[in-house]
Design a protein around this ligand. Structure first.
Ligand SMILES: NC(=O)c1ccc[n+]([C@@H]2O[C@H](COP(=O)([O-])OP(=O)(O)OC[C@H]3O[C@@H](n4cnc5c(N)ncnc54)[C@H](OP(=O)(O)O)[C@@H]3O)[C@@H](O)[C@H]2O)c1
Length: 290
């Protein structure tokens, strides 16, 4: 099998490693070919520029896992909507188009704020720019001639992405007053594992949520991490950051993502809860100096 990973970054590189281990041929499309795992065939192109996609390799499967480095709406639109549109057009024009496309969407399509459980059938009524961009891409994906899946991914952590661990360790993390918003997480390894699973799944659905089994209240996560790290528990925040954050989201408990469809399709999580994922991260930290 031949797979093109369009946006071969943090998740894409881990996916590439797994596909290579399966004996597949993998192309990694990035703006710059730095740090691609050995064995990945580099493809330097800009998804925003149709001309740079003129010579795509012939592949069986494609994963769109690009992300802009800036978080404003214009950058989102350019990378996701225009980039995905350009890629789909280029793939569709190939003599032998791929048999599957997996698009990395996000939980930003949901705007539930009452702490309720959401799944693939829940309303996607967000009015936020990032969520609207993802929904536009999901419509593009469903309308494209290549059989396609949208994967709505939770907040990715693991590997080098463990800022909350560093904040708790440094004593800079603060809890919020009252019940706190739910955090929905997916370990980087499970993102890659689930994407690989979706590439091979027979008769897939159009949409899958990728998240772990146990959404966790943010305050609980911080206190649990402090206990694991054996550092003082974070105190309730009173600073300007916390106040502004709370002012923007009064009473917002967020949502809890259900991964039931993904699990029912046969995927087994490597890190089913934040406890599994963060315990491995903390165990790998440098020991404190004597
Ligand atoms: N991070 C999260 O918590 C989260 C949550 C939900 C969904 N997602 C989605 O999951 C996917 C993987 O995320 P990630 O954290 O692995 O992203 P990442 O580490 O930021 O990697 C993104 C990759 O996209 C490439 N890229 C960006 N713009 C491009 C362009 N115009 N043309 C070609 N390549 C381009 C980058 O290339 P260079 O390396 O050359 O810059 C990089 O390799 C993304 O689609 C993201 O939207 C992420």
């Amino acid at each position: 099998m031949r797979t093109l990973i369009a946006g071969c970054g943090y998740v894409g590189r881990e996916l590439a490693r797994r596909l290579l281990a399966d004996g597949e041929q993998v192309w990694g499309l990035t703006l710059a070919p730095a740090d691609l795992p050995e064995g990945v065939r580099p493809l330097v192109a800009d998804l925003r520029e149709p001309d740079s996609l003129a010579r795509l390799p012939e592949v069986d499967r494609v994963v769109f896992s690009a992300a802009p480095t800036r978080f404003d709406e214009a950058s989102y639109r350019a990378t996701y909507v225009r980039g995905l549109g350009n890629l789909v057009a280029a793939l569709g024009a190939a003599p032998s188009p791929p048999q599957r496309l997996v698009f990395c969407s996000s939980m930003g399509v949901y705007d539930q704020q009452d702490g309720s459980w959401v799944d693939e059938g829940s309303p996607t009524t967000t009015d936020k720019a990032n969520g609207l961009v993802m929904l536009e891409c999901e419509r593009l994906v469903q309308a494209c001639p290549i059989p396609a899946i949208s994967a709505r991914i939770a907040g990715i952590y693991g590997g080098q992405r463990c800022r909350v661990v560093r904040d708790v360790q440094a004593g800079t993390a603060t809890t919020s007053p009252g019940p706190s918003v739910f955090t929905n997480l997916a370990h980087r390894d499970d993102c890659a594992g689930a994407l690989r699973h979706l590439l091979t799944l027979r008769d897939p659905e159009d949409v899958y949520v990728i998240s772990d089994d146990e959404p966790v209240e943010r305050n609980h996560l911080l206190l649990w991490l402090a206990s694991l790290l054996q550092v003082p528990a974070p105190v309730e925040g009173t600073g300007a950051e916390t106040s502004r954050w709370l002012a923007q989201r009064p009473g917002d408990l967020g949502k809890r993502l259900s991964n039931a469809r993904l699990r029912a399709s046969g995927y087994r999580l490597q890190h089913p809860t934040f406890r599994d994922g963060y315990a491995a991260i903390v165990a790998a930290l440098d020991p404190p100096r004597a």
